[in-house]
Design a protein around this ligand. Structure first.
Ligand code: HEM
Length: 152
């Protein structure tokens, strides 16, 4: 369950990450590819220019997270984008690990990290991931149904 306290903690700390978007992006991609080289092919060859983009785009979601209904459109959009990128449900595990590593690194270096904040991020990130996964599965089953209809 996302609590108001979790939301406040996540929103405030994300401002710090946005302020260091280049460094944060670098840490995230370095960790993700070092520990999961098999995921490298999903991303563009040069992730440097993407670093900021990813961090800024996540800011949009974090700013609207007060109510999950508010981010329904973004979640559906992200789900269809990620399906097109070739992302699979199992990829969310290493992605989350790299994400949590990145925020811990950046926020600790600003003396802005503790167990409460870690827990808040775990909860919020898991809820967002879960919502994207459900939306991906819905889109996939709609595609399956469309295929069956075409066959008939
Ligand atoms: C909570 C989970 C996630 C969130 C919030 C998220 C967010 C985003 C956002 C906002 C973008 C930019 C979309 C665009 O402008 O086209 C993006 C792109 C991308 N994401 Fe995710 N993502 C998540 C999970 C994942 C996972 C699990 C993978 C697979 C390892 C992944 C792989 C990618 C790839 C390959 C791109 C395209 C990169 C590019 O072309 O620059 N994402 N993601």
């Amino acid at each position: 369950m996302i609590t108001e306290e979790n939301i406040k903690l996540v929103q405030n700390s994300w401002l710090v990450i946005v302020g260091k978007a280049n460094e944060a992006g670098q840490i995230f991609y370095d960790y993700l590819f070092r520990n999961n080289p098999e995921l490298r092919y999903l991303f563009p060859t040069d992730t440097r220019s993407q670093n900021r983009k990813l961090i800024m785009a996540i800011a949009l979601i974090v700013n609207k997270i007060e109510r999950m209904e508010n981010i329904h459109a973004e979640i559906t959009w992200l789900a269809s984008k990620h399906l097109a990128y070739g992302v699979e449900v199992k990829h969310f595990v290493p992605f989350k690990e790299a994400f949590m590593y990145m925020i811990e690194q950046v926020l600790s270096s600003e003396d802005f990290w503790d167990r409460t904040l870690q827990n808040a991020w775990e909860v919020v990130f898991s809820e967002i991931s879960q919502a994207i996964i459900v939306a991906m599965q819905n889109l996939e089953s709609q595609k399956q149904i469309a295929r069956i209809k075409i066959k008939l």
